[in-house]
Design a protein around this ligand. Structure first.
Ligand code: NAD
Ligand code: DAU
Length: 368
């Protein structure tokens, strides 16, 4: 493997066997679907996922069963905190790249119950790092790509952008746990010489997103005629990126990012929450053949999220310049695809929202 410049490889990394953590979640499943569908990617994939409330094997259904894909793909239900399990999988499957998506990912849940975030995001990442370190000590290098968030950088005023060198300033239990995991990854690279890359991405949206996050929650509530809860004054700003574009960025960084590098990923698509909701309502109303004004009447301003970060905005110039990445979906196309998917997959949302999915999981995999 050779280095093109300090940041990129001239000879791309070509993993023959990848361990993907959290591959049954929203972004991890997009990564697996897109990798299996890409004829240029021949890597075998082991998906390690605990199937928490947010993990759902339905997210991969239809993408992993065909014989030629089934031979390349396997699923293990397990916990990233189980270092012995991670080590065993790395050895058994001769893994040369680990893509780490698994996490507790919802800010509101981190405010109501931070413990799971520390355990999964901090201790889970620690166990992953220890497993990779043990493999290295045994003479087997595993490259680790760690998937992180722009929330580690804190909150912006009306102007400015996060760049890769922006100082960390996490402000919620979720972002603090992700920041801690990022620091551990960098520390292990520096101290033990592990080969790592890291990406910090803005807000994702798209198919299979758990309907607790803003966009899928609002679409589901529109369809059920429920209130659309807007926190505070609705003027908080987020930058939105279609999930498959994030998955593509992760693949590019994994294969072309030099060890020790970090990459910001974003949609160049900043929106105030209330403006986004108005746009979304127009699209939902068109697809549902409903009156947009009736949907707008469902908007309900509710108590603000404690410590609610005001604005996130990503400068993704580095990945654009050095790796030629650019989002394929602008917000109009992405939101259209997301709403179309939701209408075609009402069953998925109903099962997830009603708890029927949980029952299926407990029956087939046992309660946890
Ligand atoms: P998600 O909540 O949809 O999925 C998380 C997955 O991790 C689930 O499948 C869950 O079962 C699994 N998991 C949780 N704890 C586990 C454990 N202990 N062991 C094994 N598996 C476990 O999350 P997501 O939105 O797909 O986010 C994936 C990653 O991307 C996270 O690291 C998150 O911090 C990061 N990220 C998310 C966004 C976003 O907008 N959603 C943006 C930037 C970065
Ligand atoms: O920026 C990247 C982050 O984006 C990821 O790291 C997180 O995993 C992901 O959950 C997301 O965090 P946010 O807190 O920005 O996403 P959420 O969808 O929860 O909220 C988006 C905005 O909408 C935020 O300003 C809060 C607001 N909101 C959210 C919900 C769920 C509402 O006004 N009402 C709501 O009901």
């Amino acid at each position: 493997m050779s280095h093109g410049n300090a940041e990129t490889l001239t000879v791309p990394r070509a993993p023959s066997s990848m361990l993907v953590t959290g591959g049954a979640g929203f972004i991890g499943s997009s990564f697996i679907r897109t990798r299996l569908a890409d004829p240029a990617c021949t890597s075998r994939i082991v998906n390690l996922d605990l199937l928490t409330y947010a993990g759902n094997l339905e997210n991969l259904a239809g993408h992993v069963e065909e014989p030629e894909r089934a031979g390349r793909y396997s699923f293990v239900r397990g916990d990233i905190r189980d270092q012995a399990l991670v080590e065993r999988l790395l050895e058994q499957h001769k893994v040369d790249a680990l893509v780490h998506f698994a996490a507790e990912s919802h800010v509101d849940r981190s405010i109501h119950g931070p413990r799971d975030f520390i355990e999964t995001n901090v201790l889970g990442t620690f166990a992953i790092l220890e497993a990779v370190r043990a493999r290295k000590a045994a003479g087997h290098d595993v490259h680790l790509h760690h998937v992180s968030t722009d929330e580690v950088f804190g909150s912006l005023g009306d102007t400015g952008f996060f760049v890769e060198t922006t100082a960390y300033d996490p402000r919620s239990p979720y972002s603090a746990s992700k920041a801690a995991s990022d620091h551990l990854v960098r520390a292990y690279a520096h101290t033990y010489g592990l080969s790592t890359t890291l990406s910090n991405c803005s807000n994702n949206y798209g198919p299979f997103q758990f309907p607790e996050k803003l966009i899928p929650l609002m679409i589901a509530n529109c369809l059920e005629g429920k209130p659309l809860p807007v926190y505070g004054d609705g003027q908080n700003v987020r930058d939105w990126l279609y999930v498959d574009d994030h998955a593509e960025a992760v693949w590019l960084v994994l294969t072309r990012g030099a060890p020790g590098t970090s990459w910001n990923v974003g949609g160049r698509n900043e929106k105030k929450n209330l403006d986004l909701l108005h746009e979304l309502i127009e699209v939902v109303a068109r697809h549902a053949n409903k009156d947009a004004a009736a949907l707008r009447a469902l908007i309900t301003f509710v108590k603000d999220r404690p410590g609610h970060d005001r604005r996130y905005a990503i400068d993704c110039g580095k990945i654009e310049r050095l790796l030629g990445w650019t989002p394929r979906h602008d917000f109009g196309a992405g939101i259209e695809a997301t709403v179309r998917w939701t209408f075609a997959n009402r069953g998925w949302i109903d099962r997830v929202r009603s708890g029927a999915y949980r029952e299926w999981l407990d029956t087939n995999y046992g309660k946890r």
